[in-house]
Design a protein around this ligand. Structure first.
Ligand code: NDP
Length: 264
């Protein structure tokens, strides 16, 4: 489901779908969590559409290979989103290299889910550091720049787990509920000039969850591979939809899930 909120900027006009490329071409787009999954797939498509893409994640081999494949308008910055200085450095590097930042997509995230009784406190802390603090550091790094330009677009990946919870998902869902609160508040504070989009995907076929260490989770969900999943292409299309809107349209929330039986 797409929820589209129109804002009043009478000088802007609607563009057709065929003009999505025009909307994206030459935009400077910073993506965290760009080394795999939905971030990597979207980065590749945006580069094909002519965007200047800044890839951010921790695994240098993946980022380096992607940057080579994607061509001269792509760069990567090794970034741990849970470190405020890394996020500041990422945005500053993007501005120095390309002149400005049009779009920041806070997409990095981890999901080592477990039951509370298992007491995996270090995993809870890592989820909070990456899924919540990483988003806050991203907003903090880019917002003054966007406000001074009087334009910009901040997207963040929440989850269907940010709207519904499930046994073992308490902390992961908690981080994604927090993302919803952060993004909704950001929209209410700066939404007259800055576009703010939160994406709520259901299950997508990516590396997410490969870091689950809980035997109880594996016993509960059994064969996770048997669950219906979206291809990353579904998220690519959703991001392009949000980025391709005319200047007077801001897509606030995108919720999408695969057909079939789902966890939440
Ligand atoms: P992946 O595991 O494939 O991608 C996660 C990305 O986050 C990787 O690029 C990883 O890169 C990066 N990352 C993890 N920790 C950090 C960190 N500390 N600093 C910087 N980058 C980091 O999974 P997805 O593509 O599925 O995940 C993308 C987002 O989508 C996440 O926020 C996830 O919670 C959300 N989501 C995913 C769903 C799914 O079913 N797959 C459903 C709903 C939401 P690296 O390890 O190189 O740092």
């Amino acid at each position: 489901m797409y929820l589209v909120q129109a804002q009043v900027h009478p000088d802007h006009t609607y563009k057709t779908d065929r003009m999505a490329q025009e909307a994206i071409e030459n935009k400077v787009i910073v993506i965290t969590g760009a080394s795999s999954g939905m971030g990597a797939a979207t980065a590749r498509r945006l580069a094909q559409l002519g965007a200047k893409v800044v890839l951010a994640a921790r695994r240098e081999d993946q980022l380096k290979q992607m940057a080579v494949e994607m061509g001269k308008n792509t760069m990567y910055v090794l970034t741990d989103v849970s470190k405020r200085a890394d996020m500041d450095h990422l945005i500053q590097t993007a501005i120095t290299t390309f002149g400005h930042v049009d779009v920041l997509w806070n997409n990095a995230g981890i999901m080592p889910i477990s039951f509370f009784e298992e007491g995996k406190v270090e995993e809870w802390e890592r989820m909070i550091d990456i899924n919540i603090k990483g988003v806050l550091y991203g907003i903090n790094a880019v917002l003054p720049h966007m406000l001074s330009r009087g334009q910009g677009h901040i997207l963040t990946t929440s989850s269907m787990g940010g709207l519904n919870t499930f046994p073992s998902g308490g902390v992961y869902s908690g981080t994604k509920y927090a993302v919803r609160a952060i993004m909704e508040t950001l929209r209410k504070e700066v939404g007259e000039t800055i576009k703010v989009t939160t994406i709520y995907p259901g299950t997508v076929a990516t590396e997410l969850g490969h870091d689950i260490t809980s035997p109880k989770v594996n016993a509960l969900f059994g064969n996770l591979d048997a669950l219906p999943k979206m291809d990353t292409e579904a998220i690519v299309n959703a991001v392009i939809y949000a980025l391709s809107q005319p200047g007077n349209i801001t897509v606030n929330d995108i919720m999408l899930r695969p057909l079939g039986k789902t966890v939440n």
